[in-house]
Design a binder for this molecule. Sequence first.
Ligand SMILES: [Fe+2]
Ligand SMILES: [Fe+2]
Length: 348
Amino acid sequence: MPDGYLAADVPTPQPGTLPQPGTSPQPGTSPQLGTSPQPGASPEPGLQQRLALFNATRFNPALPTATWREDIATQAERLREEGEWLEQRRGAVAGRAAAAPRDADGFVAWFQELERTGPGQGDALFTWLADEASLDEMRWFLTQEVAGEAGFDDLAALTQVKLSQQAKLEVARNYWDEMGRGNPKGMHGPMLEVIADRLGLQPTLATTVPESLALANVMAGLACNRRYAYHSIGALGVIEQTAPSRAILVARGMKRLGIPPQDRHYFDLHAVLDIKHSEAWNAEAIHPLVAENPAVAPAIAEGALMRLEAGLACFERYRAELWGEGAALAAPAAQASESSGRRGFCVR
Ligand SMILES: [Fe+2]
Ligand SMILES: [Fe+2]
């Protein structure tokens, strides 16, 4: 599954509408969709927007500029901000992660159990999407997901640098599947664009709930900082492991709403393919890495839990927006002021 928040996923900031890197968030400019952020439960919107914009620039292929020295200073500030936030998120799951076994067989069994009992698993949002959501509600959900997406392919590519051979090969095989095994029509990223285009989704930073941005920011932060390399292995692996059950339900909802098979192919594909990806990731990446060095087990566990907790926060916010008191569905096409280019997608 793709996941994360990379350059091309982020809309071009419009002057006066989005916070710029290095500036303080302005009251009234944070993303609001239907209901107010839940005090104490939601990430601080300004931070997530700043990190999203940072991720939009840090991965973007670019050319030399005259301001590169100043840019480094800004990047350093963002890296510190990102690091503080990731450490906070890591601290919230460290106790649970520390309880995971350190032997490879035991650890993989613990990891597999996350599919059944991990944070956010079996969330009622998805059966509701499958059986009850209206087309507008489904479009709102999909728009949030598209806006907060990062691209599993690039996250995997970033994560595999200098990994041990067996794990590196497994990430490479997974990446090659993401690339359609060399066939552009089989690339996963562009399949998502079909969904967004056919449904007329216009994801924007300003209209994306901070929980969705936070989910992508977690993935990008883990993949980009080598001190979190093993966290990223865990976070990517748990996506593969938990996505199929949700992909099935979203696909069922889209079918019920009359969305044709070719427009929901991405979900049908991942409902099956990610089961195989997960089995291979656990056996060929996680197992050998823990067998080689048991000290990485809690790091892999923390990454998986950080990812699942971020997903759970999304589901809770989505439910509040879609089901909550006075939930005013944002009409994505009407509300959007800027749209993203390439989209990723993730059923999280
Ligand atoms: Fe996958
Ligand atoms: Fe994929």
